[in-house]
Design a protein around this ligand. Sequence first.
Ligand SMILES: CC(C)(COP(=O)(O)OP(=O)(O)OC[C@H]1O[C@@H](n2cnc3c(N)ncnc32)[C@H](O)[C@@H]1OP(=O)(O)O)[C@@H](O)C(=O)NCCC(=O)NCCS
Length: 293
Amino acid sequence: MTDILPAEADGSLERLAAAALWADAEDAPLVVRRLAGPPGDRVWTVLATPDRDGAVFASIGADGAGHIDLIAVDPAAQGRGIGRALVGAAEEWMRAHGAAEARFAGNPPCYAWPGIDVRYTPAACLAERLGYEQYRVAWNMTADLPARYDEAEHEADLAKLAAAGVTVAAAPVGERAAVAAFVREQWNDKWAWEAENATGLHYAFRNGAYRDEEILGFAAWGARPLWFGPMGTAPAARGLGVGRVLLRRCLAEQAAAGQTSAQIGWVGPLRFYSRAVGARAERVFWLYRRALG
Ligand SMILES: CC(C)(COP(=O)(O)OP(=O)(O)OC[C@H]1O[C@@H](n2cnc3c(N)ncnc32)[C@H](O)[C@@H]1OP(=O)(O)O)[C@@H](O)C(=O)NCCC(=O)NCCS
């Protein structure tokens, strides 16, 4: 059997991921780098063949389950049992770290995909062949960039926000503590990590006394490289147009960075994204799991 050993997530793995992951060739190297820099308390590993023609990232989730975060075999080496051996090695590592269940599913907040993209059919076959069962479906939406929306509606949204004393602004790296605290308090630590690690972070606040801004909502992109999300508006501020305006700011920034489309990851409210920026449901992911005996 092929030796599968702990490895460095270096350039060779970035090239391997780009070669194997045909539907993600552009962002695969960025995803490898992202998975190699998860939250500090995450238990994770990367295992690879000696020739670096196959690799698997695995981690333990907050509930103790094991996750296969990314698996890739070089196209020239596929069909020879490497994929099967990688899953076996990942499962052994998971067992050694106390996991009673293994999943082909994203481990938020630092993930590559929600599950197996249905178009990576050999990966779905591999999971099923090894006794995994499909337990959930997830999907992304796609917004073409520049985003399409009604300019008059957008102007009306901005005017409504101004009249309500609401300002929207970017939170650059190094100045994200207040927004991250808002996200943690309103939602959870996972979204707060994504906000802190996003490429772009925008937020809305109501002007208060000096240094007493009331934050109402946020939107982020690039925590999962090149994807939009997460975003959220505090319940009391919903219906003002805060979410629409923040979403469009992020997408404008993604367009300015050269992206011709943006994936809205692991959604979520179809109708909101469909109406706000003409996004369509597109990628579908199957989440798989099996008990580790
Ligand atoms: C999925 C992948 C890792 C499998 O690696 P591999 O080394 O080719 O797999 P193996 O030779 O060990 O085959 C193991 C099983 O995978 C499945 N499989 C492999 N190639 C397949 C193909 N062309 N079509 C259908 N199933 C296939 C089969 O179930 C196979 O076992 P079986 O033939 O006994 O049924 C590889 O195809 C790959 O790197 N794909 C691109 C990356 C990817 O999709 N990653 C998952 C993203 S979520």
